[in-house]
Ligand binder design. Structure first.
Ligand code: PMP
Length: 481
């Protein structure tokens, strides 16, 4: 493995790793997490030696479990048993818990009386399920934007979808979708609720009205939106909504598709197997109605109950508290990044104000580049030297990243994403900002591998946790694995 010539220029860890607790005045809403998450006090090793409190700025990929969710799972585990399959008391409890979870999740997203809540593995699974249910899915029957995550792009691409390039403003984007829907009828408009790259939210109310005006339905990829904003199917008129438990503080393997019954009722079962049937004879099967029709196999009751507990906890916080907490942190982050020379932030639709934290149509997700440093190196540096966890790369949104590359926002076609959530606090943002300022001022203080080796720190003395180290095969250079 060749070593990239990224030379250390500092002899010791940046002092920002050991910052004092927040004391800034006027920071009440951001100085503390809004809810207790598991792992909030996690300490991680640094390459220089020593350790730092882990700063999790990667909520958009997978959010930590809420304490309330983990507690509910712990309550359920002693009763864990089969769902819809057993006569024992524990089975009866699990069946009840599973169906109560379904109802709670439906309430959380304002499901209409006749909507179906189908429990899936995640958003990807939910959108693939819907793709198999679009009636008479002829080529061109689904329209979507080019900014989508692959989960909300590839299932439609397989059906021969039509792609609309998002415009330079929200209004231009709506106009482009309108033109496409006017050009030829579509069965479905698929759109993200919030970009997993820029955090910006397309204008859902206008797009929903537009789709309906043209006789199409709309599905919203809620993977990023639902953890940050309350969504109501009944109030918004959105036809289908997909989201993932692991991004909503319930990382136990469940996701959801919620929406209009008719398509789901007449679609072929998503998986063929036990639980999805009314009667099976050799050579002929009578399938069950939705949701059972699409939930063959043993259901993930732990995941469903965890997701419902997350919905309940988030709902109880109140929509204003969540968005106020996030807006304050996002403002701090946006302004802090703007103040660091050489940092560029990705924006689809820069607001007139320059994109400060006052823009309500953004969730706490933001992607940037640092001049002179590949995104992967920045991410490795933040983790290795500062204990800050972010994601880098193309974020399963290759067409969007290609656009940003063509616009010159990113030199290596990738970005660094920082994302916030209920456990985030002002100090987390400050740790990131201080680390980036130090990078720009001094460069990294460690040595990193070549691009083809992913810029991992070399050497990497950070040990795996004991319980894993003894089980892991191969060299104990853990974090590069
Ligand atoms: N859509 C968006 C906007 C996402 O951010 C993600 C996850 N990165 C997905 C869909 C896919 O979610 P999952 O991996 O949980 O299926």
């Amino acid at each position: 493995m060749s070593i990239l010539a990224v030379q250390p220029s500092l002899a010791s860890p940046a002092p920002s790793d050991r910052v004092a607790p927040d004391t800034a005045a006027g920071e009440e809403s951001t100085a503390h997490p809004l809810a207790e998450v598991i792992g909030a006090d996690l300490t991680v090793p640094l390459v220089h030696g020593g350790a730092a409190r882990y700063v999790n700025l990667d909520y958009a990929a997978s959010a930590p479990a809420l304490r309330a969710v983990a507690d509910r799972v712990a309550e359920l585990l002693p009763l864990y048993s089969s769902v819809h399959r057993g006569a024992g008391y524990a089975s009866a409890v699990c069946t009840s818990a599973y169906e109560a979870a379904r109802a709670e999740i439906g309430r959380f997203v304002g499901a209409r009386d006749d909507d179906v809540v189908i429990l899936t593995r995640n958003t990807t699974d939910a959108l693939n399920l819907l793709a198999a249910a679009v009636p008479g899915a002829a080529p061109g029957g689904v329209v979507h934007l080019d900014i989508e995550h692959h989960a909300n792009l590839l299932p439609w691409q397989r059906l021969g979808s039509r792609v609309v390039q998002a415009g330079g403003t929200r209004a231009q984007t709506v106009a482009a979708v309108a033109a496409e829907l006017a050009a030829a009828p579509a069965a479905l408009l698929a759109v993200t609720g919030a970009s997993n790259v820029t955090g910006e939210c397309p204008p859902l109310a206008e797009l929903t009205a537009l789709a309906h005006r043209h006789g199409a339905r709309i599905v919203v990829d809620g993977a990023q939106l639902v953890p940050h904003r309350r969504v109501s199917l009944a109030a918004s008129g959105v036809d289908y909504l997909a989201f993932s438990g692991h991004k909503l503080y319930a990382p136990y393997g469940a996701g959801v598709l919620v929406g209009r019954r008719d398509w789901l009722e007449s679609a072929p079962p998503y998986l063929a197997g036990g639980g999805a049937v009314r009667e099976v004879r050799l050579g002929r099967t009578e399938w069950a109605d939705a949701p059972a029709r699409h939930e063959a196999g043993t259901p993930n009751v732990i995941g469903a109950v965890a997701l419902a507990a997350a919905c309940r906890t988030v709902a109880a916080l109140g929509p204003d508290a969540v968005s106020a907490h996030e807006r304050a942190l996002l403002g701090r982050l946006t302004e802090g990044l703007a103040a660091i020379d050489g940092v560029r932030t990705f924006r689809l639709w820069p607001s007139a104000s320059g994109g400060g934290g006052d823009d309500l149509d953004r969730i706490g997700v933001l992607t940037f580049t640092v001049d002179g440093y590949p995104a992967a190196l920045v991410a490795q540096y933040l983790s290795a030297e500062h204990g800050v966890g972010v994601r880098d790369g193309r974020f399963c949104a290759h067409p969007l990243l290609a656009r940003f590359a063509a616009d010159g926002v990113t030199a290596d076609g990738a970005g660094v994403r920082a994302s916030l959530g209920l456990g985030s606090r002002a100090e987390d943002v400050d740790r990131l900002l201080a680390a980036l300022a130090s990078l720009r001022a001094h460069g990294p203080a460690w040595t990193y591998a070549a691009p083809e080796a992913g810029y991992v720190p070399v050497p990497d003395p950070r040990a795996l946790p004991d319980w894993l180290a003894s089980a892991a095969a191969g060299p104990a250079a853990p974090c590069s694995a």
